[in-house]
Ligand binder design. Structure first.
Ligand SMILES: O=C[C@H](O)COP(=O)(O)O
Length: 247
């Protein structure tokens, strides 16, 4: 049974003042019935870990280096994120693929590093609008999935996030049928490769908000969301957590 996960990605947003949003989220969900995760900037992970105390809220990084340590100025290893209090790390977000030229081979190496450090890897894949309009969506996603997910991946250590690039931060979302088609294909591909495709958590990401979360979570093989803008404020993220709890 795939676990349900409401994950927030703060991207390059947040300073110590933002820790009050974590306190507010915890207050709104003292005992959540689904997994709830926030990925603040790495500078806040340790403080967020202290702020959350023993609450079940998970914390994650937004990227990690493929190596454990070394001469990589400005980078962070998965071990360092874990040491700061993270239990997850996002790898292969389209903003990393675009802004930093990350390939699926590199994403796979990062996912391996993450799981070796004991973190759950959230591996992101997604098509551009041009690829969707060219009818290439399923082929592109399968290519990204096969190349980005390590052979060592298991449902316990790996979460897949489908994020259409054109839906991120735009207010646009695919139709329910389009999301359903993709998630069914991912479920099937993971099942064929790993034999336990039914257990991998498959998140949808891209303009998820309180007003559309329930419809998205009702789609087969959608086990949660990776939320950007609407995760920054507890007041916006909390309804998404609630919608997942009720799905
Ligand atoms: O990681 C999160 C996604 O990029 C979605 O961002 P968004 O909810 O702001 O569209």
């Amino acid at each position: 049974m795939a676990k349900k996960l409401a994950a927030g990605n703060w991207k390059m947003n947040g300073t110590s003042e933002s820790l009050s949003e974590i306190a507010a989220l915890i207050a709104a969900h003292p005992n959540p019935s689904v997994d709830v995760l926030l990925c603040p900037p790495a500078t806040l992970i340790a403080a967020a870990s202290t702020a959350k105390g023993s609450h079940a809220l998970g914390l994650g990084g937004q990227d990690c280096h493929a190596n454990v340590s070394g001469a990589h100025t400005g980078d962070l290893s998965a071990q360092m994120l874990k040491d700061a209090g993270a239990s997850y790390v996002i790898v292969g977000h389209s903003e990393r693929r675009t802004d930093h030229g990350e390939t699926s081979d590199l994403v796979r190496a990062k996912a391996e590093a993450a799981t070796q450090a004991g973190l759950t890897a959230i591996i992101c894949i997604g098509e551009t609008l041009a690829q969707r309009e060219a009818g290439e969506t399923l082929a592109i996603l399968d290519e990204q999935l096969q190349a980005s997910v390590p052979d060592s991946a298991t449902a316990a250590t790996t979460v897949i996030a489908y994020e259409p690039v054109w839906a991120i931060g735009t207010g646009l979302t695919p139709t329910e049928a389009q999301i359903g088609e993709v998630h069914a294909a991912l479920h099937s591909a993971l099942g064929q490769r790993f034999g336990d495709g039914g257990d991998f958590s498959l998140l949808y990401g891209g303009s998820v908000k309180g007003s559309n979360a329930a419809q998205i979570f009702a789609i087969p093989h959608v086990h949660g969301a990776l939320v950007g803008g609407a995760s920054l404020k507890a007041a916006d993220f909390s309804p998404i957590v609630t919608a997942l709890e009720q799905a």
